[in-house]
Design a protein around this ligand. Structure first.
Ligand SMILES: Cc1cc2nc3c(=O)[nH]c(=O)nc-3n(C[C@H](O)[C@H](O)[C@H](O)COP(=O)(O)O)c2cc1C
Length: 227
């Protein structure tokens, strides 16, 4: 039996994006507890623009199958809002490349030009990397950029509360390309836009993907003190 983080510091220090899970279920009351606590997150004038769709069992499988079908037919659509640039600038480009190299080349043994190998891993996003619970997080588009800021803070609260319970997670923007499928299967109203998916479950510590650890820039590279 794994124990969870016992402080916020430990929850933050041990959180990482986990991309391989055991089938061990996560009880619904645990998910409810996490989400109810996460709703204490601060938001613009307490507007609480977020909404969470909790996917398990048959629905989770149907969504994955519908996305895989579109993916294999090459008929994915663009995200409904500009999530990331086509061309990255430094220093973001370098950080992104280092992460991609570590994930694909070092951990998975997939060479840079091996598009099939990359696709095979990417595909696994859509069954939430085998996690028993998948969340689809949406926010109210009428809140504008503030709605995304609030949803991001809410997302982090969920990930840390999961750590406290010995659970792991992985945020997944990959779902954005398939928002019409999510909208249809989950009956997401027009005023809500998809922020990301989140896999939640128990990490498979024997999986090779479990060796992936990411680095961070030093404090002085992202902090300026003004006296
Ligand atoms: C909003 C958001 C979307 C992400 N989307 C994906 C995704 O689609 N697939 C994936 O494998 N990881 C995804 N990640 C995880 C990042 O790659 C990961 O957070 C980053 O590399 C740092 O690693 P760490 O979370 O293990 O510290 C996402 C993270 C965030 C915050």
């Amino acid at each position: 039996m794994r124990t969870g983080a016992t402080s916020v510091t430990e929850a933050i220090a041990t959180r990482r994006s986990v991309r391989a899970y055991l089938s061990r279920p996560v009880p619904r009351r645990e998910v409810e507890e996490i989400l109810a606590l996460a709703s204490r997150t601060a938001s613009n004038s307490n507007t609480q623009p977020w909404h969470v769709h909790v996917l398990t069992g048959r629905t989770k499988r149907r969504v994955a199958e519908a996305i895989w079908q579109d993916l294999d037919a090459g008929s994915g659509v663009a995200p409904e809002y500009p999530y990331q640039p086509d061309e990255w600038c430094e220093p973001l480009r370098g950080r992104r490349r280092r992460f991609g190299d570590r994930l694909y080349r070092t951990i998975l043994g997939v060479a840079p030009g091996d598009h099939g190998g990359r696709r095979a891993h990417h595909r696994r996003n859509y069954d939430f990397f085998g996690a028993p619970v998948g969340l689809i997080l949406t926010t109210d588009r009428r809140a504008l950029a503030g709605g995304l800021v609030d949803a991001g803070a809410f997302l982090q609260a969920i990930m840390l509360l999961a750590r406290e319970r010995g659970l792991d997670s992985c945020p997944q923007a990959s779902f954005l390309d398939f928002h019409p499928i999510l909208r249809r299967h989950l009956r997401i109203p027009d005023h809500q836009m998809v922020v990301c998916g989140l896999a939640v479950g128990h990490a498979d510590r024997d999986h090779r993907l479990d060796r992936l650890r990411t680095e961070r820039e030093p404090l002085d590279s992202f902090t300026t003190f003004h006296d």
